[in-house]
Design a protein around this ligand. Structure first.
Ligand SMILES: C[S@@+](CC[C@H](N)C(=O)[O-])C[C@H]1O[C@@H](n2cnc3c(N)ncnc32)[C@H](O)[C@@H]1O
Length: 272
């Protein structure tokens, strides 16, 4: 760990940099053009507040500070958190786990950014979008397959519970694919950048549980027909609602839009 006094404007000596820990998904961005492009996707202006998840050695953090953004970071690795706090006294550094963070505090004017640890990216985004309805734009670097699932449209192979859940709360846009050469160490999988624009939708805890339950049940059996999946809770109301959509009980879950799932959760959630 570097114990040098703050030298935010000096490039760190390679020997001072904390080693990458595989267990924490540490693949650090090293390509300046990619770093600028990811931050550009945030569409932030000087003075805007940005919350970064997993700042690592500060590749995105330092560029954002250089652009005059007001940055707070949440890092699980104490060594890296200390390294960043030492180098950047103006940075608000929180040592903590994004899987257990009180996201409700990120309200209003916050943008969110993160080159997320790949093994926990989906649950972090799942939680974050539901609990920060008023936040501004979010930009995440994730495994390419996860990015495809986040953006997937009904009927496509990648469309599933994660797509429906996240698109219930935000508009999702696939920004770009990243080759392994922009990271050190180089990850084994391809990566992609996605942006999310929260729609301002707030669901109660009960509504969230109902939607989560319906998604779990439906996408466990995505090739089955809805009438068979929901046999035990089928009702005339459900039948009438499907008919009004121009659908019937033979429809498969993967054909339903996020809005349709929300209505389905209202009709059957809590009963299955
Ligand atoms: C893929 S690296 C990205 C580092 C840096 N942002 C970059 O782009 O070079 C992921 C970062 O998230 C941190 N991390 C891993 N699990 C975390 C968790 N549960 N909560 C917060 N940070 C975590 C890792 O220590 C690491 O710094």
């Amino acid at each position: 760990m570097s114990t040098a006094p703050s030298t935010g404007d000096q490039p760190p000596n390679a020997d001072d940099l904390p080693r990458a820990k595989r267990s924490l998904g540490q693949n650090f961005l090293v390509d300046p053009n990619t770093i600028r492009a990811i931050i550009g996707a945030l569409r932030a202006s000087p003075g805007d507040r940005v919350f970064e998840i997993g700042p690592g050695r500060g590749a995105l953090t330092e560029e954002m500070l250089g652009q005059g953004l007001e940055v707070s970071v949440l890092e699980k690795d104490r060594v890296l958190a200390r390294y960043l706090a030492d180098r950047h006294p103006q940075l608000r550094v929180i040592v903590g786990d994004a899987m257990q963070f009180a996201w409700e505090g990120i309200r209003g004017d916050w943008r969110v950014i993160g080159n997320l640890p790949y093994n926990v990216a989906s649950p972090i985004i799942w939680d974050l979008v539901a609990r920060t309805p008023a936040a501004r734009r979010m930009v995440f670097t994730v495994q390419k397959e996860v990015a495809q699932r986040l953006c997937a449209a009904p009927g496509s192979r990648a469309y599933g519970a994660l797509s429906v859940w996240v698109q219930t709360f935000a508009g999702v846009h696939y920004e770009r694919t990243l080759g392994g050469n922009v990271f050190r160490p180089r990850p084994k999988v391809d990566s992609a950048v996605v942006s999310l624009d929260p729609a301002g939708r707030s669901l109660s805890q009960a509504q969230q549980e109902a939607l989560g339950q319906v998604l779990r049940v439906c996408f466990q059996k995505r090739r089955k027909q809805l009438g068979s999946i929901l046999k035990s809770v089928w009702s005339p109301e459900l039948e009438a609602w499907l008919e009004a959509q121009g659908l019937d009980r033979r429809v498969r879950p993967e054909a339903l839009s996020p809005e349709a799932f929300l209505e389905l959760a209202r009709l059957v959630g809590g009963k299955i």
